[in-house]
Design a protein around this ligand. Structure first.
Ligand SMILES: [Zn+2]
Length: 266
């Protein structure tokens, strides 16, 4: 495992990325990483996530109490939402919360991102449901998110934003990027007359690829039929393939599937 200092640097880097990509405004958003059974590194409240330095990162326990770091800074009040994810998902090592505008627009409109339209999304996330609205910083959001933790690594928060979880801080960040990309494509497709969904057998093929690649995390399976034979809701054993290599394989496979779909007779 990387040193705590390295993890703090990674949190700052992901903070810069969510800020510069416009996934958060002002001091919004929060990031956390599990570093021990009862120890978590998290971002401070009242600070722009685009301009953090490692000394600002705070260590908290499972109750959200500050243990070390951050000087006078306080942990985010939304840390409860992160801690509840860690309590229920021992496989999760990092949680990212942001307000990416297009995905948040879907969350505000009450439209889940759950149509099987993009191969790479079907392989990586499956679908993104909406957790019922809750007042930020209260127990309401963790409770609303909890019901999706069995099958999903990414959820929209109604009238609020998005939450992603992963094996490390970059893995959780990539899922946030994927949600926003998925939302942008879905919105544009709706403006062009609506998404054309991939048929169930094609979805099943992609799920088989996911299984073969040993992609980490949870997945809802074929949302459309609910009957596809792929085992879902299980965290597969780690493949040992590094994250960037895995992303590259997914991209390559996706391109191949898209090419074969293009050659398909209508
Ligand atoms: Zn928020």
């Amino acid at each position: 495992m990387a040193s705590e200092y390295q993890i703090k640097q990674d949190i700052c880097e992901v903070g810069r990325r969510i800020y510069t990509r416009g996934f958060v405004a002002s001091n919004d958003g929060n990031i956390s990483v599990r570093v021990g059974e009862n120890e978590f590194l998290t971002t401070p409240t009242g600070v722009s996530k685009g301009f953090m330095t490692p000394d600002m990162i705070i260590k908290v326990d499972m109750e959200g109490r500050k243990i070390a770091g951050g000087g006078n800074l306080k942990p985010s009040s939304e840390i409860k939402m992160h801690l509840d994810v860690y309590k229920h998902r021992p496989d999760v090592r990092s949680v990212v919360h942001a307000h990416p505008p297009t995905a948040t627009a879907f969350a505000v409109a009450g439209i889940p991102l759950d149509k099987p339209v993009l191969p790479e999304i079907i392989i990586s996330l499956g679908a993104v449901p909406i957790a019922k609205y809750g007042t930020p910083s209260t127990e309401e959001i963790p409770l609303a998110v909890r019901e999706y933790l069995d099958k999903y690594d990414a959820v929209l928060l109604e009238n609020h934003g998005a939450l992603t979880m992963g094996t490390d801080v970059y893995n959780a960040f990539y899922k946030m990027e994927s949600i926003e990309h998925f939302a942008k494509v879905s919105l544009a497709a709706r403006q062009l007359g609506g998404e054309r969904e991939l048929p169930c057998p094609e979805v099943e093929k992609l799920l088989q690829i996911r299984e073969k690649l040993g992609v980490s995390g949870r997945h809802p399976g074929c949302v459309d039929c609910g009957a596809c034979s792929i085992s879902v809701g299980e965290a597969p054993a780690a493949t040992g393939i590094p994250e960037d290599e895995l992303q590259e394989i997914i991209t390559r496979v996706t391109q191949r599937v898209l090419t074969s779909l293009g050659n398909r007779k209508e």
